[in-house]
Design a protein around this ligand. Sequence first.
Ligand code: DOR
Ligand code: ZN
Length: 349
Amino acid sequence: MAVETLTITRPDDWHLHLRDDAMLAAVLPATAEIFGRAMVMPNLKVPVTTARAAADYRARIHKATPPGSNFKPLMTCYLTESLDPADLAAGYRDGLFSAAKYYPAGATTNSAAGVTGMRRIYRLLDLLQSIGMPILIHGEVVDKDVDVFDREAVFIERVLGPLRLDLPALKIVFEHVTTAEGVDFVESASGPTAATITPHHLMINRNAMFDGGLRPHAYCLPVLKRERHRRALRAAATSGNPRFFIGTDSAPHLRNLKEHDCGCAGIFNAPTALGCYAQVFDEENRLENLEGFTSHHGPAFYSLPVNESRVVLTRAVDVQCPQELSTSMGTVRVFLPPGGMSWRARLLI
Ligand code: DOR
Ligand code: ZN
């Protein structure tokens, strides 16, 4: 008989955008309700580039955390070419930073202050390697003459492959991997290499952006790819390989800013993410590997203990989930799988 309920170690979200102010207050409860920890992305309007800014942002997150929740935000440092290495190292040593985030300048939301070439920060990367601080990489080239669907594969060839060889002990997470080439790279790379995979890249392909018309709510970066890539991601995620783990890339934008002449990139999936992952593993007949992906592989890579509490997942027919989240500034569309949700999640207390 098919499994109807599953109790797993409480998961973490290793790639999350929480934003700030009213948006932070609106989106945080959905994550804190299920996930034990989250790696919080630093691409605020004013990027988090100093230990001081990270401490302040963390305090604002704590303030917005629902009473009684023991959710723990893990902070990241936005790498720039003018970063102070001493501040970065001290922030990591003091446990304020858990990782550093690499945005190619211009690749995505609030990435203008990012890096214009990996080699320009090799001195910082040497430092990361020597102190054991992981680098989380948005892996796309930004050249306008490279087709948007090829930007990840070209990044691997031009940037990530050489980096892996140049800094063999650097802890690298290839964030939100979206291609078969990315999966191959992570599977065969030498040295400490891992990748996060989003629920939306596992559930929909690029057709979703053009389904009967232009669909801004299916637009994210790296952009959805063709079906063969989605299949490669599903195989990797559900394989049990500890190099692949959860990272939702939940990235809220107001509806009016997505349904726009130049719509923002990002999919808000925090309320449905864990159910979506369960659904994918169920569809692939790999539910036995779900807990590794959601709850064990990430902590192992980051040398952190797994969470103590547990989450119950229940299969149900057509799980209902609100399509939108209200904020004081407007609404945010919630990611729902195209064929409906078949798993719901609840934290055991
Ligand atoms: O779709 C995305 N949205 N991709 C990113 O890399 C950033 C994110 C955001 O911050 O909106
Ligand atoms: Zn992201």
